[in-house]
Design a protein around this ligand. Structure first.
Ligand code: C2E
Ligand code: MG
Ligand code: MG
Ligand code: MG
Length: 291
């Protein structure tokens, strides 16, 4: 009896935690059905070439239109999907939808050569079927491989014992572009960079955020970005800055030789139709320019 009471003391009645846990299990339980019910959607955030301000790519960002909880961002469910393994199926769905959209843009606006950039979770990258999945989606959507970029985090690209993931070379051999996402927040092991078949570094938000300030930390972050851009270029990689929110950040990134940028300063993530209208408007401006 005393033991039972003792054990009861370990059961904490923290209502906030209980409700978090209820939400967590509800989300896990709902996610598989949500795929069947078509509750996921994708927004596309423009990525802009800093030298001329043209849109060169869009990043596919998944959302969940939850029937009770409203619109959920990926930070609220991608981690859970990784835990349960559903990320493999959800990721395949995102890849297929994004490549279909990219294929439509490519057919309608071939001159734009718009790249679609898709996030690949660590667990997806380790899935033995990943290379087959990617090549099958490219074939089905008839999308040229070089119009697809896959974004992987530093930890996802490194398999065991500091060896690059074997799938990376096979993915690169398909002709798709590979990017390291959130660069500078993971292992930041510079030695591995030259051994990876990658094309693009996506510089993590915190560095970009830092360079706007004129204080000491801002100077240090500016120098870090400067050094990373030089390093990337020395390795033949392009650099894309994430989370660019101000004109000052954009100007400084351009001055530092950063190749491309993405963030609310340029455009927020938007539905496919908005990207299509943007491409149409640009094609129209170009036709007028030629006339
Ligand atoms: P990420 O790949 O680093 O994507 C960039 C995130 O920055 C997006 O958050 C985007 O909405 C946000 N962002 C855009 N402009 C700005 C800005 O000006 N300032 C700041 N601070 N942030 C900005 P989002 O959409 O909430 O996605 C969060 C993360 O979820 C993504 O980070 C990515 O890691 C993951 N994610 C999104 N879609 C997928 C997916 O389909 N599969 C997988 N595995 N992960 C995904
Ligand atoms: Mg990303
Ligand atoms: Mg990122
Ligand atoms: Mg991220």
């Amino acid at each position: 009896w005393a033991k039972a009471e003792g054990r009861n003391r370990w059961v904490s009645y923290d209502p906030a935690r209980r409700s978090r846990e209820r939400t967590r299990s509800a989300l896990i339980a709902g996610m598989a059905a949500a795929l069947q019910r078509d509750e996921f959607l994708i927004d596309y955030q423009p990525i802009v070439t800093l030298a001329d301000g043209t849109i060169c790519a869009v990043e596919a960002l998944v959302r969940w239109q939850h029937p009770e909880l409203g619109l959920l961002g990926p930070d609220e469910f991608i981690g859970l999907a990784e835990e349960t393994g559903l990320i493999v199926e959800l990721g395949r769905w995102v890849l297929a939808r994004a490549c279909e959209a990219a294929s439509r843009w490519h057919r309608e606006f071939p001159d734009a050569r718009l790249v679609v950039s898709v996030n690949l979770a660590a667990r997806q990258a380790r899935d033995p079927a990943v290379v087959g999945t990617v090549s099958e989606v490219l074939r089905q959507t008839d999308l040229p491989a070089d119009l697809l970029q896959l974004e992987l985090t530093e930890s996802a690209v490194m398999a065991t014992a500091g060896e690059p993931l074997p799938a990376l070379r096979k993915l690169a051999a398909l002709g798709v572009r590979l990017a390291i996402d959130d660069f500078g927040t993971g292992y930041s092991n510079l030695a591995y960079l030259r051994r990876l078949p990658i094309h693009n570094l996506k510089l993590a938000g915190p560095f970009v955020e830092g360079i706007r300030s004129s204080d000491r930390q801002g100077l240090v972050d500016g120098r870090i970005v400067d050094a990373l851009v030089r390093l990337a270029h020395a390795l033949g990689l392009t650099v894309t800055a994430e989370a660019v929110e101000t004109v000052g950040q954009a100007d400084q990134l351009r001055a530092l030789g950063c190749d491309a940028a993405q963030g609310r300063h340029f455009a927020a993530p938007a539905p496919e139709g908005e990207i299509t209208r943007w491409l149409a408007a640009r094609a129209e401006r170009r036709r007028e320019g030629v006339r």
